[in-house]
Design a protein around this ligand. Structure first.
Ligand SMILES: Nc1ncnc2c1ncn2[C@@H]1O[C@H](COP(=O)(O)OP(=O)(O)OP(=O)(O)O)[C@@H](O)[C@H]1O
Ligand SMILES: [Mg+2]
Length: 169
């Protein structure tokens, strides 16, 4: 009985899927579409639903746009070509962990920034809904930031279907 349990555990742990991907690109708006498609393509083998793909794309778009227009905003004097956005994706079993990182100006008050409708750029027609969308479309959202130290947005999403994991054996 005990041996059977151990065997089952071993089989299960072998099925534990881990897959990792990193991207680094210039913080220009042209790359926002690239970033969301790249992350969507990365999770495709997990058989996500259309809705899951669409949720992930929206969240990535919002985070990358924020890095570009807020993290490296024009007044902050960042040198063009040195402004980079980093994306780190990790799939652990059926959960996508994705970090969107900039080395820009950072956020002074994270709690306030995450409030729906809060924006520091109303003049640019921003509606202050980016973080609210990320929160709504992903299962977990964490923002790590300090003024002058850049921003890391960590999001997690469980993907419903994972049939290819069973096929792996
Ligand atoms: N990467 C970042 N670096 C610095 N500040 C940020 C960053 N991301 C967000 N912020 C700050 O948090 C605020 C709220 O972000 P959020 O995405 O919710 O709204 P927004 O970008 O202002 O408007 P919207 O996303 O609706 O166009 C921003 O106005 C900005 O002050
Ligand atoms: Mg935004």
């Amino acid at each position: 009985m005990e041996a059977e349990k151990v065997l089952k555990e071993t089989v299960r742990s072998k099925k534990e899927l881990k897959n990792e991907m990193r991207l680094e690109f210039d913080a220009v708006s042209e790359n926002e579409a690239f970033a969301r498609v790249a992350v969507a393509a990365f999770v495709t083998p997990l058989n996500p639903t259309m809705e899951e793909i669409s949720d992930i794309k929206t969240a990535i778009s919002e985070a990358v746009t924020n890095a570009i227009i807020h993290g490296y905003d024009t007044e902050s004097g960042y040198v063009e070509g040195e402004r980079k956005v980093y994306i780190h994706c990790l799939v652990l079993h059926d959960v996508l962990h994705v970090e969107v990182i900039d080395e820009g100006k950072g956020i002074e008050n994270i709690e306030q920034a995450m409030e729906p409708l809060f924006t520091t750029k109303p003049e640019m027609d921003r509606s202050g809904m980016g973080f609210a969308f990320m929160e709504a479309f992903m299962d977990d959202l964490e923002v790590i930031s300090e003024p002058g130290m850049g921003t890391t947005v960590l999001m997690k999403k469980k993907l419903g279907t994972s049939s290819w994991i069973q096929c792996e054996e």
